[in-house]
Design a protein around this ligand. Structure first.
Ligand code: GAF
Length: 430
């Protein structure tokens, strides 16, 4: 595997030791402890969560770590090893939703955010953080529904070992690492259930960071089961651990290095189209469409009036069915069928949902040509990562073939990781 770049997970103990020292230097005192939350890959069930549908993710051994020291003065300082130093400092009550900050901006100053603000330092119009610190501060703000802002100050130092912008849910890992820390540290939060933490992290992302994502990523980060996939039914909220029944096969992840952002409008546009289509069809969500047994010609006629409605709905409905079919294939230990469903999911995301891109298609095509049982993009798309179902003994060979295809296509060299279903967010020290 000379020349291939493999991303190994960090060792918890090493990160804990480094973060303890770094927090001491930066904040002048040691943290109360270090917590982690994992990134994820989704085996199948993409762009279904915000349509009350099914998804089947699992947690990566790649984690985001948060060294946290509680403060009792309502002051919040947020720093990152990767970004270098303090990204935002202020008071928890200063943290505003994107909607509130927008109103203040227009009223008080009425000018667009400057380069520094866009880089994620601070929004001087309202004093509220933007960019990556908003994912952290948003968790604190969301939790003020449970306890007073004065109870919620902290010094937070983040070490993100989930590749950033790679479609592996580094954002949810960030917010969830902080949420589990606060539950352990703040007496008024001790009784929160995992589902409450997930809800706070979704709010942080939707309302404070301004990314209109569904709940799959936060759910898997907080509620994953080691060595299992997790079937998430976003319609009824049920979670079902699913064992990995293909011991000879592994999930190879290809980080295409094509930048992926969920805040750039395309993700929100897909979500909006789905909501408009559901409203036009008179169903609460697209996942209710099958059960509603509407006349097919009528569905097609109604969706004709929703721009892009028909292909988007076709993806969501067929993707829910592929999740069900893949569960049956896993149960039957039918590797070829699991792979075929993954590849069919990719085709649907590329053709009907239009969230793939050249790099993802090259990765999927090359993995399949090299003998992977199946391959698809994973996560939101528009860049990020692809996954391939590969025999454990063939990981290097398939990765080498994908790498060669990227070089031949003139693309930036991809990075690789092996995804082992790993444990959920929790404390790693202290
Ligand atoms: C992103 C979002 F954050 C998830 O909620 C989900 O919609 C996914 O894209 C697509 O399945 O990861």
């Amino acid at each position: 595997s000379v020349g291939l770049s493999w991303l190994a997970p960090a060792q918890d103990e090493l990160v804990v030791a480094q973060l303890g020292e770094a927090a001491q230097t930066l904040f002048g005192h040691a943290p109360d402890g270090v917590w982690m939350a994992p990134g994820r890959v989704n085996l199948i069930g993409e762009h279904t969560d915000y349509n009350s549908g099914l998804s089947l993710p699992f947690a990566l051994p790649h984690r985001t770590y948060a060294a946290v020291r509680r403060r009792r003065d309502g002051v919040l300082r947020i720093a990152s090893v990767q970004k270098g130093g303090i990204g935002w400092a202020g008071r928890v009550e200063q943290v505003r939703t994107v909607a509130e900050a927008g109103k203040l901006g227009a009223g008080e100053a009425g000018r667009p955010a400057g380069a520094e603000e866009q880089a994620g330092v601070t929004d001087s119009r309202s004093g509220s953080p933007v960019g990556w610190p908003a994912y952290v501060a948003g968790v604190f703000a969301a939790l003020t529904e449970q306890v007073g802002a004065d109870e919620l100050g902290a010094d937070v130092l983040i070490d993100g070992r989930v590749p950033l912008g790679a479609g592996l849910s580094s954002s949810a890992a960030l917010s969830c690492s902080v949420a589990v820390a606060l539950r352990d540290l703040v007496p008024g939060l001790r009784n929160l259930e995992d589902a409450d933490l997930v809800a706070a992290c979704i709010r942080a992302e939707n309302d404070y960071a301004g990314a209109a994502t569904g709940g799959m990523d936060q759910t898997i980060s907080v509620r994953a089961r080691e060595e299992h996939l997790l079937l998430i039914d976003s319609g009824d909220g049920s979670l079902t651990p699913v064992p990995w029944t293909l011991p000879d096969h592994r999930v190879l992840v290809v980080d295409t290095r094509a930048h992926h952002s969920l805040g750039d409008g395309q993700y929100a546009a897909r979500r909006h189209t789905c909501e408009a289509a559901a409203a036009a069809l008179g169903v609460g969500s697209l996942s209710e469409l099958e059960a509603a047994r509407l006349d097919e010609a009528e569905v097609i006629a109604v969706l004709g009036a929703v721009p892009d409605g028909l292909p988007r709905v076709r993806h969501v409905v067929s993707e829910n069915q592929r999740v069900i079919d893949l569960l049956a294939a896993l149960d039957a230990r039918d590797t070829a069928q699991v792979g075929a469903l993954m590849t069919a999911s990719h085709v649907s995301l590329r053709e009907d949902y239009e969230v793939s891109c050249r790099e993802l298609d090259v990765a999927v095509g090359a993995a399949l040509a090299a003998g992977a049982a199946g391959a698809r993009m994973t996560g939101g798309g528009f860049g990020g990562s692809a996954i391939a179902l590969v025999r454990g003994t063939e990981l290097n060979r398939v990765a080498g073939a994908v790498h060669a295809a990227f070089v031949a296509a003139g693309l930036e060299e991809p990075r690789f990781l092996v995804a082992e279903p790993s444990r959920p967010a929790g404390r790693v020290s202290g």
